[in-house]
Design a protein around this ligand. Structure first.
Ligand SMILES: [Zn+2]
Length: 140
């Protein structure tokens, strides 16, 4: 198991004012800075932020990136996703887009998917004890 290749998942909470802070490593990877307008789509319980705008008019929403990496979730997206203030969102970089979705599986092992004996081995990376032990024994 190569721990660097595991999907890195960030968890952020929707705060009052419907703000969510995009993690700095994702902003950096995408070249998003304060003032960047990020195209977005939303449905069910997820929202996608796109890293490029080569398909003008293909996006349903445009989000303004505020200071400190904060975005405000517009009313239409609140309605589409059913999100609530205080909701915890999983944020993942998936290449040409970033996905924000309700975070119900954060305590599952990112390697094998079990929810038994799961520990947070580094910030926001959850592994079960078996996978973590396997990783440690392979990297002595
Ligand atoms: Zn596991």
């Amino acid at each position: 198991m190569d721990i660097e290749k595991l999907d890195k998942q960030y968890v952020r909470t929707i705060t009052s004012g419907w703000r969510v802070t995009l993690p700095a490593p994702i902003r950096k990877a995408k070249g998003w800075e304060t003032g960047t307008v990020v195209p977005a789509r939303a449905s069910r319980d997820w929202m996608l932020l796109y890293a490029d705008t080569y398909e003008p008019n293909q996006y349903d929403h445009y989000l303004y990136l505020g200071a400190g990496g904060k975005i405000v979730i517009p009313r239409e997206i609140r309605d589409e996703t059913g999100w609530a203030i205080g909701e915890r969102l999983s944020i993942k970089d998936e290449g040409d887009h970033v996905i924000l979705s309700t975070c119900c599986e954060r305590n599952r092992c990112r390697s094998c998917g079990t929810n038994r004996n799961v520990i947070e081995v580094i910030d926001n990376l959850f592994l079960c004890q078996d996978c973590w032990n396997r990783y440690l024994s392979q990297n002595r």
